[in-house]
Design a protein around this ligand. Structure first.
Ligand code: DGJ
Length: 720
């Protein structure tokens, strides 16, 4: 006998929970496509599983907090002990819920624990699970928390797994495998999200792609140590086949709950789609755009000084850079690393957040005033969580360096980590940053974090040290929150050696991410496509780099570099004082195009093709009402055929006609053909008018592009 079902719904998805009598932990009957109430009522009965040999004597369920006590012999959702004992809580639970929310409250009075699991499925189809655990004992041993994970069941037909990996300059590269017996777990123990963090772990039906297949995906919204897992045991997961989920990856001793204390696990989000990965992205992007405080004003075109000047911050040169930037339509000028303390290279000065008198005898005002006088916003680089040992800050406060009692951990990029959980260190950085923001009217902070963390333990003054990734991550979040509270207009970018801190935890408190230190447009095609699984284009920094990419030494035409930079929050990272008149003309036209298309580029839904030849990458955005669209077509390397063939443009309104134009301001490609396709010349002029049905079901015969070339199609709906 089960209590009535609790059903939470949103955007065509549903999570259906029920609870067996006796206060058992509730379990999920169904996570997937929404169904009418009457049908859902039958599910528990229809899916009541048999009892096979060698299994518990009665059917068991994978509960909302599955552990071996309820039958689940896979990775437990909860791992706790009190001084090595009392590891097996017996829960008495309640379940309640409304249309979009469900809450499970459970008590294990034998051990002195309370757990609360909250589910919220929003109108965009994103299910957020928040779990917290409280030590309810009045006294006695603390509760050591080894893990508190959120997992949901998967059906048998989810039989392939996609996750992402990466490294510096090649973030978020996909990897796929069949979902077989065992645990596929992606753990990040880098003290930051990591270049190799998976961003999403997705399981789907055979061959699922961007536009097809049923997909279930999860993401842990946390910038510290974390794990995503998908797990299948031969006996299944109760009536289901496998589980998908994740949580914070805790180190032994990291979370010890004294009587009355509560551990709140990071939020874990889940999304289900019957329209492939594009459906997952649509839900996640709409979810983010609906968050309070989400920046809805136009994202200004950026010039960042890093690849333009590196540490050579000469005022006259920077002024000329600003003049040139303003002349081509740049709207925000960002001064990168090297403006403070003794920071003339990356060996010293980190942590000294005072303007270098040596380089800036009159402070930053001569540059800031110049930039603002040109009508641009001013942005400044910080790396608040880091120090060089060779800095005034560490000389004065050596105990603020994060590390064990035995001494400082391994250096990396010649730097160490500031113990932000130390209230004095926290207050020092906060005040230093806050006063600079106020003094110079800084509009934007590029917030960097340039190393993995090793031996992340903090000494608390009593001669002992404790694991501290959780404390450090929470302190960083507090610092971000407080700065934003004090300076409500301030925008912040999450950068971490390029794109090593990209997650929904940091995105809750920042406006965009630096996608990668790789400004090679060809590498960027893949990096941006996969980062865009979760990150809306307007939150993804996409800059034009120099003709020869600094990180790959590959030479690429300006046309491709301009095209690819339109895939996100566009900018430049190039000493444009060296540009020819032709290059500046091209950049001026490109920047005007960025401003013209910005509402569409930054407000639409991602559409990515599943072209069988990976050499051809077609993708774009379609306005939510499908009245307009932009597609980029990139021939990354030589295609396998003589010509790419006829390629459909998906996601359009089949009942509508569109004017299709090739926008030459985004750059025109070099081609290897005698004649272009029939439609090309007209599309370069006033455009061709064709039906969405023809474009979506049949498509366009593409020109024969040379490798590393591409072009931009702009579609506008025309009245019948
Ligand atoms: C790493 C960042 O990703 C770069 O863009 C640049 O800001 C450097 N750090 C500066 O040290």
């Amino acid at each position: 006998m089960s209590t009535p079902l609790v059903i939470v719904r949103g955007a065509g998805s549903a999570l259906v929970l029920t609870q067996d009598e006796g206060g058992a932990l509730p379990h999920v009957v169904h996570w997937g496509t929404d169904l009418p109430d009457a049908v859902l009522g039958d599910l528990a009965h229809l899916t009541g599983a048999p009892v096979p040999h060698n299994q518990p004597d009665a059917p068991w369920h994978v509960s909302v907090l599955p552990t071996s006590g309820q039958g689940w012999l896979g990775t437990p959702a909860l791992e706790v002990h009190r001084a090595g004992g009392r590891t097996a809580p017996r829960w008495v639970a309640t379940l309640e819920g409304g249309d979009h929310d469900a809450t499970v409250r459970a008590t294990a009075s034998d051990i002195g624990l309370d757990v609360v699991v909250r589910y919220r499925l929003d109108e965009h189809g994103v299910l957020t699970v928040e779990t917290e655990l409280t030590n309810t004992a009045a006294e006695g041993e603390p509760v050591d928390v080894g893990a508190l994970r959120a997992v949901l069941p998967l059906p048998t037909r989810a039989d392939e797994v996609l996750d992402l990996t990466g490294r510096w300059c090649r973030e978020r590269a996909p990897q796929r495998r069949p979902l077989t017996d065992g645990t596929w777990v992606r753990t990040g123990r880098r003290g930051r999200t990591g270049h190799d963090a998976t961003l999403l772990m997705a399981a789907g039906t055979t061959g699922f792609g961007f536009r097809s297949g049923e997909v279930w995906a999860t993401h842990v919204a946390w910038s510290g140590n974390h794990e995503h897992l998908v797990e299948r045991l031969p006996e299944g997961a109760g009536a289901h086949a496998a589980v998908l989920g994740g949580g914070e990856a805790l180190t032994p001793g990291e979370v010890r709950l004294a009587p009355g204390e509560t551990y709140r696990a990071p939020s874990v989000v889940f999304v289900h789609s019957t329209e492939g990965l594009d459906g997952i992205t649509r839900a996640l992007v709409h979810h983010q755009r609906a968050q309070p405080g989400y920046r809805t004003t136009a994202r200004p075109l950026v010039l960042n000084t890093w690849e333009a000047v590196y540490f050579q911050t000469d005022l006259d040169h920077l002024r000329r850079l600003a003049d040139t930037a303003a002349a081509i339509g740049v709207e925000r000028f960002v001064l990168d690393d090297g403006w403070f303390g003794s920071r003339r290279d990356d060996h010293r000065g980190l942590g000294d957040w005072v303007v270098s008198h040596e380089v800036w005898p009159d402070g930053l005002s001569p540059l800031v005033d110049h930039v603002k006088g040109l009508g641009m916003e001013f942005g400044l680089w910080f790396e608040p969580e880091m120090v060089n040992l060779d800095s005034d800050l560490v000389r004065a406060n050596p105990h603020w360096v994060l590390g064990p009692v035995a001494g400082a951990p391994l250096p990396s990029r010649h730097q160490h980590v500031l113990d932000l959980a130390n209230p004095d260190a926290f207050a020092h950085v906060l005040e230093a940053m806050s006063s600079l923001v106020a003094e110079y009217g800084i509009d934007f902070i590029k917030w960097d974090h340039n190393r993995d963390l090793h031996e992340v333990v903090r000494t608390d003054g009593s001669g002992t040290d404790r694991p501290a990734v959780h404390a450090q991550t929470s302190a960083t979040y507090r610092l971000l929150d407080e700065l934003r509270r004090r300076h409500p207009g301030l925008e912040i970018e999450s950068c971490s050696s390029g794109g090593a801190r990209v997650d929904l935890g940091v995105l809750e408190r920042t406006d965009r991410v630096w996608t990668s230190d790789c400004n090679d447009a060809l590498e960027r095609v893949a990096i941006q496509r996969w980062t865009g699984l979760l990150v809306p284009p307007e939150r993804m920094g996409t800059h034009i780099g120099p003709p020869t990419a600094h990180t790959t030494h590959r030479h690429l035409d300006l046309s491709l570099r301009m095209l690819v930079a339109l895939g996100g929050h566009a900018g430049l990272e190039w000493d444009i004082t060296t540009c020819s008149a032709d290059e500046l003309d091209a950049l001026r036209a490109w920047s005007a195009l960025y401003r013209e298309l910005r509402p569409l580029l930054h407000g639409g839904d991602a559409v990515r093709s599943d072209h069988p030849d990976p050499a051809l990458v077609v993708g774009g955005v379609v306005a939510p009402d499908r009245s307009a669209a932009v597609f980029s077509v990139v021939q990354a390397v030589s295609g396998r055929g003589v010509a790419p063939g006829v390629v459909p443009l998906r996601g359009l309104d089949a009942g509508r006609r569109y004017r299709v134009r090739v926008r030459s301001e985004a750059g025109l490609p070099a081609v290897i053909q005698v004649h272009p396709p029939a439609w090309w010349d007209a599309a370069l002029g006033d455009g061709i008018v064709v039906s969405g049905a023809a474009l979506g079901e049949v498509g366009l015969a593409l020109p024969v592009l040379a490798p590393a070339q591409g072009f931009l199609l702009h579609l506008e709906g025309v009245d019948a």
